[in-house]
Design a binder for this molecule. Structure first.
Ligand code: KIV
Length: 287
């Protein structure tokens, strides 16, 4: 008779977490807007695969972003520019399959939406159909208003991303704070243009705290800061930065909540030592 054992993975969240399923309600875009109206802040993290997504969902993170930062956090590129739609779709599919409550937003990668509203629509539809994403994110302000309008009129919720926009890093002259001094007005214009075009929320990256707070007060949709101070309605971080899987110099706006690199390093070394010493596998691991 063959022995039964657990599979190598546990499959989608639905299969794993049935307890209390009826009580769990999906976060929708209107919930974020209502939270802003009530003055409640919410949390967003990036996620690119099953177990991180499940864990963040279990922790109550309201929004998960399948960021184009997968380029430099999953695929080993130096910047977000090289990642493609075909590379991001399977990651987004894994995340949407693995959560029950979080709103899952898929990033439209560089070159997949800037050419025209039609190009943006066709790309966004792929994320909605092939990955079951709940919304998409794109970078840019006033010049992206036609894209945002086309998507929202076509039934696709859009999260805008203004301030420092990593896909334009070569145009912006590197990673720099946007909206200092006179440029503050421009950030407010960008935010208003995005709201007017139908975006349901706005990420603001590397914008001075007082400017981000002004933007937050002047739009009715939620703002989500990354390096934009505490005056935003929500905050987002790349999870490998926040939980210390990535090592090296961190941007000033990152707070590290864990040292996952250290934990994995110790675990991997302990495993290798046991294998070399012949102490793993032991009797209890042997059929
Ligand atoms: O791709 C990403 O991770 C992002 C966040 C930094 C907002 O766009």
């Amino acid at each position: 008779m063959s022995e039964e054992t657990a599979p190598y993975g546990t499959g989608p969240a639905k299969a794993q977490q049935t307890e209390g399923a009826a009580a769990i309600k999906r976060i929708r875009t209107h919930h974020l807007r209502e939270m802003k109206q009530r003055g409640e802040r919410f949390a967003m993290l990036t996620a690119y695969e099953q177990y991180a997504a499940q864990t963040f969902d279990e922790a109550g993170i309201e929004v998960l972003l399948v960021g184009d930062s997968a380029s430099n956090n999953v695929f080993g590129n130096e910047t977000s520019l090289p990642v493609t739609v075909d590379e991001l779709i399977p990651l987004a599919r894994a995340v949407t399959r693995s959560v029950r409550r979080a709103l899952v937003v898929a990033d439209l990668p560089f070159g997949s939406y800037q050419a025209s509203p039609e190009q943006a629509y066709l790309t966004a539809v792929r994320f909605m159909k092939e990955a079951n994403a709940h919304a998409v994110k794109l970078e840019g302000g006033v010049e992206m208003a036609p894209q945002v309008r086309k998507l929202t009129e076509g039934g696709i919720p859009v999260m805008a991303h203004i301030g420092f926009t990593p896909q334009s890093e070569h145009n912006l002259g590197g990673y720099r704070v946007q909206g200092r001094g006179d440029a503050a007005k421009r950030v407010i214009e960008e935010a208003r243009a995005m709201e007017e075009a139908g975006a349901f929320s706005i990420v603001m990256e590397m914008v001075p705290g007082d400017v981000a707070a002004d933007v937050t007060a002047s739009v009715s949709i939620p703002t989500i800061g990354i390096g934009a101070g505490a005056g935003c309605d929500g905050q987002v971080l790349v999870w490998q930065d926040a939980f210390g899987l990535r090592t090296g110099r961190m941007p000033r706006f990152v707070r590290q909540y864990a040292d996952l690199h250290g934990v994995l390093l110790d675990a991997a070394r302990a495993y290798a030592a046991d294998v070399r010493a012949g102490t793993f596998p032991a009797e209890e691991h042997t059929f």
